[in-house]
Design a protein around this ligand. Sequence first.
Ligand SMILES: Cc1cc2nc3c(=O)[nH]c(=O)nc-3n(C[C@H](O)[C@H](O)[C@H](O)COP(=O)(O)O)c2cc1C
Length: 198
Amino acid sequence: MKTILHISASPRGAAAYSRIASDRLVAALVGRSPGARVIARDLAAAPPPLVDAAFSAAILARDAASPALAVSEALIQELEGADTVVIATPMHNYTVPAVLKAWLDQIVRIDRTFRSTPAGKMGLLADRPVFVVMASGGWFTEAAQEGVPVQPDFLTPYLRAVLGTIGLCDLRCIPLEGMARGPDSVARAMAGAAAALG
Ligand SMILES: Cc1cc2nc3c(=O)[nH]c(=O)nc-3n(C[C@H](O)[C@H](O)[C@H](O)COP(=O)(O)O)c2cc1C
């Protein structure tokens, strides 16, 4: 039985565009793998802990048994158990929202999900498809509309770099742009995403 891990990071819950589009994507994925188990992790509803002194000390000491790493271990095991990952996220100030960064800080862990080698960081997780549905008020790809300037994008390259660090390189990014530019713009973006998903 396939397992799909659905991570959502918008504070807007079921009203979030990233969530609406990713719910459709998850439904389509389940349609292709009947009986698939879906694990929904709403990071905004239940934010992962922030890195604190105890967490930092345990990481630096490579103290895998430390209680400070218990949440990290649980989140990593949840990720390891997923055949497909769907991340639904808004763009907040050109990059990931704080709750998604908090999740990444829990799962990107030296000597657990990556190793530091003379040749650089080496991912320890098996690769698998990671769909990333990204909603933004304006535009950040080449496809800027109506003369609106393209914004800096620290969201896509950051996610590629940080997930690539732990071995997740098969990222399939689905941008939903112009979501704060009125209903026509929203409809265009949703239709574009639906077409991209096939
Ligand atoms: C704190 C905050 C920061 C934002 N920063 C950006 C930004 O940098 N660029 C942008 O295009 N839109 C930005 N937006 C707009 C959101 O990306 C947009 O509303 C998007 O639809 C949110 O995704 P959601 O509908 O999935 O919640 C920001 C919104 C908030 C609340």
